[in-house]
Every structure is written in structure tokens, then in C-alpha cells.
Design a protein around this ligand. Structure first.
Ligand code: SF4
Ligand code: SF4
Length: 356
């Protein structure tokens, strides 16, 4: 749920998020509790804006609402969350884009140090849940170098990344030239990351927590078709500050996204209200990709020229590289060096979309 639309950063790719009123929660905790109590297995994810600008509201909700809790934060105020509340989170996702100059270049000076220090602090304060570094990958980012940097900090259980939406958006407004060259470099970085991910499995019988690789490999190993992995419009919804419900937390200002409200709907009545359409529904790798992003699919008319195919070029490359790595992974599983359950992640929808 969106705890507030206010944010204490103005990242280059976001600018502080949606500005449409109301910015603050209008519904009562009782109404929210009544809505959630009809869900047999609720996960409450605090999102913003920056949710830790409303720590008091968050704590009241954690005291009174059922379910498991997830926090998605820029990390600047993580040091203000008491250990007793930290311990209630299943997952904390900290937005950080990689090395200091990359993170600060997108998010502002000093952000990297605070996010890293506070991630270390939550560990010292006994947080035992899943600490995820959540990267936004802007055009120009060296994916291998920055993923490895975050992994090497030793702070995070998992690293997840998603490509900056803006680079595929309307040409002229946000986009920068040279995207084809950068996608070629990004894809080659993915090839080399996959190779070192598999090398690490061979060396240590350990699956490094790189979320996009784990999720796709699991689908390849099991053969089970994947739905849209973020779950937007399926079993993952965003409660907006006025109590309306959006299929996706990012597309709250788009009519297609509004599917109900906590007053008029039950959680069950929202299930499967949205689904991606073409070109995903007839794509040959739809069962593995899942459609990547409902927002992009519904708003594809707003993408830059070739926007969809540029995005899909990255998905296809990722699936191809992991497909080629699969026989080796299967051997490691057969030999007992790895277990199929090593690829069971996430155990519940924790806000990682899996497909970058
Ligand atoms: S690869 Fe592209 S077209 Fe295919 S399912 Fe994924 S997002 Fe849709
Ligand atoms: S991946 Fe899912 S949650 Fe993220 S913007 Fe797209 S639809 Fe929304």
C-alpha cells in the first residue's frame, strides 16, 4: 500500500513519483483491517513515495493488521525503525542502484552511503528476514560491475534489478540516444553475469541470490508456465491513499489500472481482473517471461519507437542465456550439488518482479 506519495528524494528516473492528490491516507485503519481480514493469506507491502516518512502510521498498521509485512524503502530512514518492528518484516527491499557514483548519480549525493550504512545497521539490529538490494538500471549502467559490487558488500540476501522505465518511454521526453548500443552492452553484461553465476554454483554448490536468474531458471527447470511475475492485476494490488485500488503501484494515474476500492471490493473479487494482452499473449516465450509488465503492456502506445521490441530484446537474451546454462544446472542438481528447492524464490510475492 502507498503510505504517502511524499518522497524525500527526487531520483532522475522517478522525480518523486505520482503527484496527483491525495498524497496522504484518507481511509480509516478499521476499513483497511476489514478489507484485509477477508484475505486468507495477506501480504502488506509498504510503498510510497517513501513509506518511512510515515513511520508512525506504518507501526500502527503493523500492530493491528493481519499478515506478513514487506517494506520497500530508499533506506534513508531505516535507522529509525525499532528492532521490534524490523523483526516483523519478512522482506526489506532497499533501493540502491549499484556503486556509489551510479547510485548517487541517479538518486542524489550521499544516498549510497546512507543506504549501505542503514542496511548494515538493520543486520546488526537483528533483522533475520530477506534483505534485497533493489536496483533501477538506467541507460549506461554497467550491469555486471554494479550487481557484483552490491553482492560483494555481503549485506544483501538477494539482488534484484529492473530496467529504468524512462528509457523506453516517449521519444524526446526522457529518452537518450544510443539505446541500441547500450542494450547490446547490457546483454553482454548479462551473459557474463550468468556465466559467473553458474561458475559459483559449480565452485561452492551455492546459488547466488540474483533474483532475475533464480526466477527464470526455476521456470526452465520445472517447465511450469509463469504468470506475470509481479502479480499486478492477478494477486498483487496497490491501495492508493484515497482507498482506491490500482492493479500496479506505478500506474496509479492511469484509468486502466484502477480496479476497485477497499470499500466496494473484497480481495477475492479483485483476483485476475487484469492481464497482459498482445504482443505478450502470442509471444513464443510468454510462458517463461510471463509478460514482464502490465503497465508497459497497457500503455504501449506511449512507448518510444520500437520500445516494446527493445525491452523484449533484453528478456529474450536473458532467457536464452539461462536456457543455455540449464543443462549444467540440471547436472549439478542430479549430482546432488544443488537442490531444485534452491531455486524456490520468492516464496511469496515480495515485490520482486523477477523479469528486469
Ligand atoms: S518477451 Fe516481450 S512480448 Fe514476450 S512475453 Fe515477454 S514482454 Fe511480452
Ligand atoms: S512490473 Fe508490474 S509492478 Fe512493475 S510497473 Fe510493471 S506492472 Fe507495475
Amino acid at each position: 500500500m502507498i503510505l504517502t506519495k511524499e518522497c524525500n528524494l527526487a531520483c532522475r528516473y522517478c522525480g518523486g513519483g505520482s503527484d496527483t492528490p491525495p498524497k496522504e491516507i484518507q481511509y480509516s485503519l478499521a476499513d483497511l483491517g476489514a478489507f484485509l481480514s477477508q484475505d486468507t493469506d495477506p501480504t502488506v507491502e509498504f510503498y510510497g513515495g517513501e513509506p518511512l516518512l510515515r513511520i508512525g502510521t506504518m507501526k500502527s498498521m503493523m500492530d493491528q493488521l493481519p499478515g506478513r509485512f514487506v517494506l520497500q524503502t530508499n533506506g534513508l530512514h531505516l535507522d529509525s525503525v525499532d528492532p521490534q518492528y524490523l523483526s516483523k518484516f519478512s522482506t526489506v527491499l532497499v533501493s540502491i542502484d549499484g556503486r556509489e557514483e551510479v547510485t548517487d548519480g541517479q538518486r542524489g549525493r550521499g544516498v549510497y552511503k546512507r543506504a549501505i550504512q542503514n542496511s548494515g545497521l538493520v543486520r546488526k539490529r537483528g533483522f533475520k528476514g530477506d534483505l534485497v538490494a533493489r536496483m533501477t538500471v538506467a541507460q549506461g549502467t554497467d550491469i555486471r560491475e554494479n550487481v557484483e559490487h552490491l553482492w560483494d558488500t555481503g549485506l544483501f540476501d538477494h539482488i534484484h534489478w529492473q530496467l529504468d522505465f524512462g528509457m523506453f518511454w516517449e521519444a524526446g521526453e526522457y529518452t537518450e540516444p544510443g539505446i541500441d548500443d547500450w542494450i547490446a552492452r547490457y546483454n553482454s553484461g548479462i551473459s557474463s553475469l550468468v556465466a559467473s553465476w553458474v561458475d559459483e554454483m559449480k565452485r561452492s554448490s551455492r546459488v547466488q541470490g540474483l533474483v532475475p536468474f533464480i526466477g527464470v531458471m526455476k521456470s526452465l527447470l520445472s517447465g511450469e508456465p509463469s504468470k506475470l511475475r509481479c502479480g499486478s492485476g492477478i494477486d498483487f494490488f496497490s491501495i492508493m491513499p484515497d482507498g482506491r485500488i490500482s492493479a500496479c503501484p506505478v500506474s496509479v494515474d492511469f484509468d486502466f489500472s484502477i480496479v476497485g476500492s477497499i470499500i466496494a471490493n473484497t480481495p477475492g473479487s479483485l483476483k485476475d481482473t487484469e492481464a497482459v494482452g498482445e504482443p505478450c499473449s502470442s509471444c513464443d516465450i510468454f510462458n517463461i517471461c510471463g509478460g514482464r509488465c502490465l503497465f508497459v503492456n497497457k500503455a504501449q502506445h506511449l512507448l518510444r519507437e520500437r520500445g516494446y521490441s527493445l525491452i523484449c530484446a533484453t528478456v529474450r537474451h536473458l532467457v536464452k542465456e539461462l536456457g543455455e546454462a540449464r543443462p549444467l544446472v540440471e547436472v549439478l542438481v542430479r549430482e546432488g550439488a544443488l537442490k531444485l528447492s534452491d531455486f524456490d524464490y520468492p516464496g511469496f510475492n515480495n515485490g520482486c518482479e523477477t523479469i528486469p
